[in-house]
Design a protein around this ligand. Sequence first.
Ligand SMILES: C[S@@+](CC[C@H](N)C(=O)[O-])C[C@H]1O[C@@H](n2cnc3c(N)ncnc32)[C@H](O)[C@@H]1O
Length: 221
Amino acid sequence: MRLRNIPRADEIIAESSYVIQDAKTVRGAWKQAFGNDHPIHIEVGMGKGRFITQMAFDHPEINYVGIERYSSVLLRALEKRETMTELQNLFFLCIDARELPEIFAENEVERIYLNFSDPWPKDRHAKRRLPSREFLSRYDKILVPDGTVEFKTDNRGLFDFALEEVEPAGWILKACTFDLHHDGVLSEGNVMTEYEEKFSALGNPIHKMIVCREKNDPAQD
Ligand SMILES: C[S@@+](CC[C@H](N)C(=O)[O-])C[C@H]1O[C@@H](n2cnc3c(N)ncnc32)[C@H](O)[C@@H]1O
């Protein structure tokens, strides 16, 4: 998603207390940034922020960080955030997710959400796909040992690609559905993203997978 350039987006974001500026200085000190030791869940590529804002509202016992690389898009999330000043558990970052290991230390994140990630359909761009093995190795550096990555999309090609990446990356599939909205277990507590609402309204089934690192799956012991 890349919205038309919005004048002053960079300036508004740079002045917002809801956006962590200079995020690399917070590495290893996210608990202090939130002022408590609640678990940290992040969404990579949050777009306009509907999912993470709702999650933060529904789960005050979790700290959330929404990540989006385009300021014009993050501004939309910020507008939502500003109507919910009571939330104490949600910050945003305007960064490229390739920088994640420079921003979060080892074991600092418990869960990573990838929702309707850009498909990057050309083979030569596969490394840019957020569920690719290259990104899984970045997530490996910041997740707690039993941390998980949860990915959902209506794009079957991207989903199949993500499934094929799991094993070579040394991760394992904990859960998977090709029709989330009709899966009694995985749909429990599901919060729809902007893209999810749009594409499920067109009748597209939503696919979801949850993965964790092989070495830390209790079923492997
Ligand atoms: C297709 S949109 C989906 C937005 C939202 N998650 C949803 O489901 O409605 C994907 C978003 O991920 C962002 N994105 C893609 N790659 C990224 C990266 N490497 N770092 C940060 N954001 C990224 C894009 O800018 C875009 O806003």
